[in-house]
Ligand binder design. Sequence first.
Ligand code: HEM
Length: 492
Amino acid sequence: MSADPTDHASPTKAGPPAARLRRFFDLPGPKGLPLLGNALQIKPEAFHQILEGWTEQYGALFRFSIAERDFLCVSDPALNASVLKQRPEGFIKGPRLVQVCKELGFHGVFSANGEAWRRQRQIVLAGLDPAHLKTFLPSIEVVTARLRARWFSDAQSDREIDLMTDLMRYTVDVTTCLAFGRNLNTLEGGDHDVIQQHLNVIFPTLARRVLAPIDFERWLPKPGLRQHVEALQGAVQKFIREERQHIERRPELMQRPENLLQALIAACDRESAGLSDEDLSGNVLTMLLAGEDTTANTLGWLIWLLHDHPDEWKRARNEVDAIVGAGQIPRSTDQLSQLDFVEACANEAMRLKPVAPINIVQAAHDVVIGDVAVPSGVFVTCVMRPAGVDANRFDEPKAFRPTRWIDGTHAEGERMMGAKRVVMPFGGGPRVCPGRYLALAEIKMVMATLLANFDIAQMRTPEGGPAEYMSLTMSPVGLTVHLSPRAVSTSS
Ligand code: HEM
């Protein structure tokens, strides 16, 4: 229970006087049908846009329902931050998410609650901290060099590139280096069939089942799903067995693990009350679940936005040329940390196109959010984008203006200090994304490689830009490019 006076969502007894509170069921909201509630108004692939539309219509706090589940929708950034801060005790991951993750083999730090979450979080955090990232950079560099080689080959043959497919392969390869302790090399077709074909079926199933009004697939799974789940489990068990043998040969890895899988195995084997074998495999797969789509989709949106803004593209390229060198790829975390403008571009892309535009939690007990008394069990949907595109907080809020993220270089500098707390692409509170340093490193690696080595000869998108498609995360649809090699020496 939090007594923090900055908390705007507090357990009932610490909140405003009961007489001034609104009751959850009196809140405004879209009219629904008996039994179904608003289920028929919600298309899962546009869920975030529907909630953003309702936010404009009904305000920062409103209610809706999907079958028997009641939802409070919150878009005020202070309220959202406060809700996210009161985890894991005050707000939990809902039973549907936990159940589906368990069935599909992905139950780990992302879906765990309470003590189980706390234990797993410590281990995952240690594997993803900035210090680890440094030792991990050479592997990211190898994967980045493969992406560059693939794009060179496409550019020289004037082949159209399905950008999102390449970016997904890149993030899978980077994440598996970390999570499995090996490079699957899906970029060059390596073990692509083993992993990627299963993920392509399992990830959409997970998203569909979590968002569906009624989880029919629990009783009627799609044909073939079980085989994909079992095959993926088999592959992961094999990686774990091999890594265990590796540790047997080099026992010092128990004390100084070199990748996340080793850290998880060490924790699992060391503490009797620690992690089970199931936790181990669940967390390995959780890394793929949390690290693939998020980073690839953020890169997709960023590449599109930067291409659409030639002045910003030029400035980013000048920065990369000065720090990394034309025709090169970044070689150190030091170089990455100097790419301030590229990072500002990423922040601006995540403000306009947050790939996790909603974050759903469940009230673990009666709670007050703002001036609303919310009963235990209600799902709280934090809608993250409206605050980031609010004209009261940002000048020209819909415009792509990366300079607003560079302190002191812009009239908005002072307001932006506050705005960093308003735009929360990585979530907030104790469950804030532990992969954010890795994600930013990947984003800067790919952007620097693209800017230093290629020109975008042509980009094809639907009229008005790529459509937003919500599945596990919000992806850009219909993004294809033709690259051409930049006219500089590329020997590196
Ligand atoms: C641009 C890329 C990424 C974005 C935008 C992103 C965003 C998020 C968000 C919004 C959350 C929920 C936070 C909350 O509930 O407050 C989250 C959780 C998480 N992310 Fe990321 N993420 C990214 C990349 C990654 C990567 C690369 C990894 C690791 C390989 C990762 C691992 C995780 C994990 C394990 C969690 C669950 C944490 C917990 O519940 O304790 N993410 N991420």
